[in-house]
Design a protein around this ligand. Structure first.
Ligand code: GDP
Ligand code: IMO
Ligand code: MG
Length: 435
């Protein structure tokens, strides 16, 4: 068994990565975020207590596990300090390390994100407005601010002058927005953030290299999901950091060994916050019922999530681009009580069948879902699910097993984790032979 496990989203995010990371973190020495920023919202439910995390890895509830925010994460220090503070108030002292190389979200990034979304209109992704695209652009422009800069005042000032002028000019002159924040105020505020975060900032790449050499258990926690990956997702309706499993190496600075376990999170139905084609979307009253039953309201923004049937074309793309070894199928309980459940197995685009996701946005806009129908199950109550978990996979309703096994076959990846509730204990680990 490999000492490395990578957890990634296989849809449009919010599949339950936080929950499954928390479950696996029980045996982890390190839990590593390697991309994304506080656009992510990961919810954990432990002993009926709810924890909502945006930047700190979902292993933080285990004192043994070291939480790492890798170089590939974009960090809003204000949000991170708040998150640390909230955890401390709840009696949890984060055992945290932050990469010196992680890029920092600045106030002008957040202001620019707002202007950018309005400008991009129908081609925008409906961003969380946390400054993600602008901070990534600054990294590519090579005038980004990194965590370490906050500890080196002279260099920070030198870099900030350039980045501030660049961004404030775009906000004011290109988009015609008012932007009043002074460079001096930002400088002083961010130096203070730096002082507070200094105990956590270090060379996390080296920490992980040593951990890897010592064969420690390392768990990588992805944010977002395949369809939001800027290379492999539904560009341009994506986020700006890659989330496929290969990026775990780039975003943490450690080479990954062969044989790592790669778990793709798949929700039994699907949700989408923001703008893009959504071939298997459910609309109207039926959508509202599912949204409410599944609690599909954004952890980060509170926005109602669009909902639809799970799309196997997307899952196939995730299996391929992340090299999934396993699927964790979540929220099966939410579908309980429905007479009929659908899976989108392919797209019909202008009369032609597509089993793989086309790169063309024109084609995605025209994609119609081709469905396979399944008989529903339950509803089962918590006690009944607990019985299934203790008695194993075969105890699950036959119609649920048919649904699960169809997915496995259709995307060529085993479903080895089945989640039937938000709690840690509501997880069935399926014993199946390795391929
Ligand atoms: P993430 O972004 O992938 O970590 O997912 P979110 O935390 O944003 O959204 C998933 C939501 O579903 C959270 O509120 C979880 O507590 C909840 N959840 C996770 N797995 C299950 C499950 O199997 N059943 C139910 N009913 N809720 C779940
Ligand atoms: P977790 O980790 C769901 C979406 C936004 C928008 C697009 C770009 O909780 O699964 P951005 O703010 O990154 O510029 O927004 O990506 N998005 C998410 N949707 N879950 C997330 O994270 C998301 N992170 C970004 O809604 O469509
Ligand atoms: Mg989420």
């Amino acid at each position: 068994m490999s000492n490395v496990t990578i957890i990634v989203g296989s849809q449009w995010g919010d599949e339950g990565k936080g929950k499954i990371t928390d479950v696996f973190a029980a045996s982890a020495d390190y839990v590593v975020r390697f991309q994304g920023g506080n656009n992510a919202g990961h919810t954990l439910v432990v002993n009926n207590e709810i924890y909502k995390l945006h930047l700190i890895p979902s292993g933080v509830l285990y004192p043994r596990a070291i939480s790492i925010i890798g170089n590939g994460v974009v960090v809003d220090p204000n949000v991170l300090l708040e998150e640390i503070g909230t955890l401390k108030e709840r009696g949890i002292e984060p055992n945290l390390r932050i990469s010196e190389r992680a890029h920092v979200i600045m106030p002008y990034h957040i202001a620019l994100d707002e202007a950018l979304g309005n400008h991009q209109g129908s081609l925008s992704a409906g961003s969380t407005k946390r400054g993600i695209a602008p901070v990534c652009a600054d990294k590519a422009y090579r005038h980004g601010i990194r965590m370490l800069d906050l500890l080196e005042p002279a260099l920070f000032r030198e870099k900030l002058e350039k980045a501030y002028t660049f961004n404030a000019s775009i906000i004011r002159r290109v988009f015609g927005y008012e932007y009043t924040q002074e460079v001096n105020d930002i400088y002083n505020m961010y130096l203070r953030f730096g002082q507070k975060l200094a105990p956590y900032i270090c060379d996390t790449e080296l920490v992980l290299h040593r951990a890897m050499k010592a064969k420690k258990n390392i768990l990588f926690e992805g944010a977002q999901g395949m369809s939001l990956d800027p290379d492999h997702g539904m560009y341009p309706h994506t986020t700006s950091t890659n989330n496929v499993a290969g990026y775990a190496a780039v975003g943490s600075g450690v080479a990954l060994p062969g044989g790592a376990r790669v778990i793709g999170l798949v929700k039994a139905y699907m949700s989408r916050v923001g703008v893009s084609p959504f071939p298997s979307e459910i609309l109207g009253n039926e959508a509202q019922i599912l949204r409410d039953k599944g609690g599909e309201y954004g952890t980060t923004t509170g926005r109602p999530r669009r909902v639809g049937w799970t799309d196997l074309v997307q899952i196939r793309q995730s299996v391929r681009t992340s090299g999934l070894t396993d699927i964790a199928l979540t929220k099966l309980d939410v579908l309980g009580g429905m007479d009929e459940i659908q899976l989108c197995v392919a797209y019909d685009i202008d009369g032609e069948r597509y089993d793989e996701m086309p790169a063309s946005l024109t084609k995605m806009r025209a994609a119609k879902p081709m469905y396979q129908s399944f008989r529903g199950w339950g509803p089962l109550n918590k006690k009944e699910y607990a019985y299934c978990i203790s008695h194993g996979y075969a105890a699950l309703p036959a119609s649920m097993r048919t649904f699960i096994e169809y997915i496995e076959k259709a995307v060529d990846c085993r479903v080895s984790i089945v989640s039937v509730g938000p709690g840690r204990e509501e997880t069935l680990m399926r014993e199946i032979a390795q391929k």
